[in-house]
Design a protein around this ligand. Structure first.
Ligand code: SAM
Ligand code: SF4
Length: 320
């Protein structure tokens, strides 16, 4: 069984947000008015996450990414990832990396090979100012701890003009000696995150800069990839650009999302969601709800225009 939308796109990739809170307060993610923390009983418990994931897997999902808020903040994170690994799916996560050292063996046992760690600056003061933490040293240490343990590490960098764009070359240099995979993400608008078009470093602008400075090789991209991948000749790692704003990749979209409170979204920019948790708790069959949600998917950006007026939820709640 497969989940096709009305544009013939097959959906086999599910991103599950485990928690709606975070230990960081990244400026581009968390709005000034922090959303109220939900009560524990409003969030999916571990058993519900595993059971709902199982339903999606029967519908053709073969890749699951755990995200948040910050997924590792959940006390039962290790248990959840181990239970999910009993399914035949590719399992991965996106994390700010701060608590990763506590979960290395859970990730190993769960067979997680590759994960995304967010780091927007290699300068301690700037990192700490973007995240409003003192987390730089610990995140940086954890990146290298996992690298040394043999994990495939992708670094997520949200580029913002006038904030961290002068560090592009420093990130590229990191790929010279280390097999790290840097992904520059275009800054996207979300509710109350002070997005402005001129703060976005577009794919075109970035690739022109990189092309002038480095001897780049284009690497092959797959149909569902959100990234355009490159490598500097002779460097151990790679770089990629996620051009959600300037050059969307919606035609190959295979992604579905569930928030920590069990609401399904068919797009980061979807205005509506489908509550799966309540009917699931009432013992109802949620398959038709999932199918209807997929069928309602718009072709691009949830049917909206990418402007500062775009109506969506908060990244913290949707989970990136
Ligand atoms: N806390 C985890 C982390 O930071 O990796 C997981 C959740 S976070 C919402 C997932 C990803 O979304 C991160 O890589 C983050 O940088 C990215 N993100 C958040 N807000 C964004 C925005 N406005 N534009 C582009 N990417 C964003
Ligand atoms: Fe937290 Fe990740 Fe959002 Fe930063 S990007 S505030 S680490 S959820």
């Amino acid at each position: 069984m497969n989940l096709f939308d009305t544009f013939g796109r097959v959906h086999n990739y599910l991103r599950i947000s485990l928690i709606d809170t975070c230990n960081f307060t990244c400026t581009y993610c968390v709005p000034h008015q922090k959303p109220d923390k939900k009560k524990a009983e409003q969030l999916m418990n571990a058993q519900e996450i595993v059971a709902i994931a199982g339903i999606f897997i029967r519908l053709g999902i073969d890749k699951i990414r755990l995200t948040g808020g910050e997924p590792t903040l959940r006390k039962d994170f290790g248990h959840i990832i181990r239970k999910l690994s009993e399914y035949k799916v590719q399992l991965t996560l996106t994390t700010n990396g701060f608590l990763l050292h506590e979960f290395v063996s859970d990730l190993e046992v769960a067979g997680v090979h590759s994960l995304n760690i967010s780091i927007d600056s290699l300068q301690e003061e700037r990192f700490n100012s973007i995240t409003k933490t003192r987390g730089f040293q610990q995140v940086y240490r954890n990146i290298f701890l996992l690298l040394q343990k043999g994990f495939h590490i992708k670094l997520n960098v949200v580029l913002m003009r006038g904030v961290n764009d002068e560090e592009v070359d420093d990130f590229i240099e990191l790929t010279k000696n280390y097999p790290l995979h840097v992904r520059f993400i275009e800054f996207m608008p979300f509710t109350d995150n002070e997005w402005e078009k001129n703060k976005v470093i577009s794919f075109q602008e970035l690739i022109e800069h990189l092309g002038e400075k480095y001897d780049l090789i284009k690497l092959p991209d797959q149909v569902h990839d959100t990234t355009k991948k490159y490598k500097v000749v002779g460097y151990k790692g790679t770089l990629a650009i996620i051009s959600s704003v300037s050059n969307p990749f919606c035609s190959g979209c295979n992604r579905l999302r569930i928030s920590a409170d069990g609401k399904m979204r068919n797009c980061l920019f979807a205005q509506g969601s489908t509550n799966l948790l309540t009917p699931f708790r009432n013992g109802e069959d949620i398959v038709s709800l999932i199918e209807q949600n997929v069928k309602a998917k718009a072709f691009q950006y949830g049917g909206q225009q990418m402007t500062s007026d775009i109506k969506n939820s908060q990244m913290l709640l949707i989970g990136g």
